[in-house]
Design a protein around this ligand. Structure first.
Ligand SMILES: C[S@@+](CC[C@H](N)C(=O)[O-])C[C@H]1O[C@@H](n2cnc3c(N)ncnc32)[C@H](O)[C@@H]1O
Length: 201
């Protein structure tokens, strides 16, 4: 999807060529506080968004965070790509910065997938169906973990295997340094499909 606006939100000192670089501070292409709504972009005008170590700084109040997710959905067109990198919430990188106000995880972003929300409803799961509640719909199409170098080296040298690593991720701090996730914007939302409420096969 090449013809929409490309946004590098919270660009800081790392502006990207070909993107509208947005930040609350400094001298970006566009100075805007992402916690102030509406964002200065038309509905369905954006095809690509980069949020590199930004989302964990936004929306200390839940309603502000949800409004940010709503704005992302409003300005993006169907099929838009959103790339999000955040520190792992149990890494010291996350804990050390007083401007980190919320944990952002792959499972947390799945709450904004209407496909998953409808599946949970059919299975009577108790998960929050935030996609349906807010009228937004994002598919989590990819996620990667960047290991803390100490654990990455142990894995590379063969000192540990994947099973030990997965167990460590659950038990300990400072195993995963960063999550990198990619979302696709689903428009019209899944719930608008006539078959969205049909029972699971
Ligand atoms: C950790 S820095 C990351 C900067 C850049 N994305 C990078 O990759 O180097 C977080 C950035 O988010 C910006 N930021 C934080 N809160 C913001 C807000 N409410 N509106 C706009 N930008 C914000 C900060 O000014 C800062 O530039």
């Amino acid at each position: 999807m090449s013809d929409g606006i490309k946004l590098n939100l919270g660009c800081g000192g790392n502006p990207l060529d070909g993107y509208v670089n947005v930040d609350k501070y400094g001298t970006p292409d566009l100075k805007h506080d992402l916690e102030v709504f509406p964002w200065p972009f038309e509905d369905d005008s954006v095809s690509d968004v980069v949020l590199n170590h930004v989302l964990e700084h936004l929306g200390q109040k839940t309603e502000t965070y949800l409004a940010i997710i709503g704005e992302l959905y409003r300005v993006c067109r169907g099929g838009a790509r959103i790339r999000i990198a955040v520190p792992h919430p149990r890494h010291d990188d996350f804990l050390n910065d007083p401007t980190h106000v919320r944990a952002v995880t792959p499972d947390g972003l799945l709450l904004f997938s209407q496909r998953k929300n409808l599946e949970w409803r059919r299975r009577r799961c108790a998960n929050s169906t935030l996609g349906l509640n807010l009228g937004v719909d994002f598919e989590l199409v990819d996620f990667k973990l960047e290991l803390d170098p100490a654990w990455g080296q142990r894995l590379e040298k063969g000192e540990i295997d994947q099973n030990v690593l997965f167990d460590a991720v659950r038990r300990y701090n400072n195993v995963v340094k960063e999550f990198r996730m990619e979302l696709r914007v689903v428009k019209p939302p899944t719930s608008a499909s006539p078959r969205s409420d049909s029972p699971a096969p």
